[in-house]
Ligand binder design. Structure first.
Ligand SMILES: N[C@@H](CCC(=O)N[C@@H](CS)C(=O)NCC(=O)O)C(=O)O
Length: 222
């Protein structure tokens, strides 16, 4: 029997994978690692992912690290959410890369400088805040008159980007000036796969949510 195991914590990158697995209607096992206990850096887990981060997918004994690569692996294997048409596929990958190299890392740094470092370096905080806002407004423009981020259909690009747009709620970044983005974000948030993909990993309680993240990423507060 084929088995799928996802290593995750309740954070944006793992949500991408659970949203895709729910969209594909696949059964999977979850191994929930607790960042506040540094479980993603134990010798046992580093054997699975030497990079010590989640998500990780183990697909019938084959290990895939990096959320973008996991989305591509599952989409190609199951023939869904990554179009076959060369240009549509390219469009999807362009936005997937945009998220992986841009929105995710920059948003992560904003949280580090704004919250973990208590805004001790306002110029650094401002730089990341401005870049997050710029990236979100690029996405807002890209969604003008469109239901989906890429290729005119529901793809992995939507699934990769949505959990990071969800972080605007945590970071108290209002989307009022970005109506296309707000409409897309709220619509996807009502889809079963997005609801279950988040719920299955849960949300940490407010007081420990950031503590676990910062302890893991910058060694603060743990
Ligand atoms: N580029 C990686 C980033 C993974 C990543 O940063 N994961 C975070 C959670 S969203 C993590 O595992 N942090 C724990 C740590 O850095 O120790 C991916 O997209 O999979």
């Amino acid at each position: 029997m084929m088995t799928l195991t996802v290593y995750a914590d309740s954070t944006p990158n793992p949500y991408k994978v659970t949203i895709l697995l729910e969209s594909l209607g696949l059964d999977y096992d979850l191994v929930h690692l607790d960042f506040s206990k540094n479980e993603q850096k134990t010798p046992e887990f580093l054997k699975i992912n030497p990079n010590g981060k989640v998500p990780v997918l183990v697909d019938d004994g084959f290990t895939v690290i990096e959320s973008g690569a996991i989305l591509m692996h599952l989409a190609e294997k199951h023939g869904r959410f990554l179009p076959k048409d060369v240009q549509k596929k390219s469009e999807t990958l362009q936005w997937l890369m945009w998220q992986m190299a841009g929105l995710g890392p920059v948003f992560g740094q904003l949280l580090v400088f704004a919250v973990a470092f208590g805004n001790e370096m306002p110029r650094a905080t401002k730089r990341y805040q401005a870049e997050v806002l710029r990236l979100l407004s690029v996405l807002n423009s890209g969604l003008e008159g469109k239901d989906w981020v890429a290729a005119g259909e529901h793809t992995n690009a939507d699934m990769a980007i949505w959990p990071w747009v969800r972080m605007t709620e945590r970071a108290q970044i209002p989307l009022v000036d970005m109506p296309n983005l707000k409409r897309w974000y709220e619509r996807l948030g009502q889809m079963d796969a997005y609801i279950t993909g988040v719920e299955i990993l849960g949300d940490k309680p407010e007081e420990t949510r950031m503590k676990g993240f910062f302890g893991a990423t910058v060694g603060v507060g743990s």
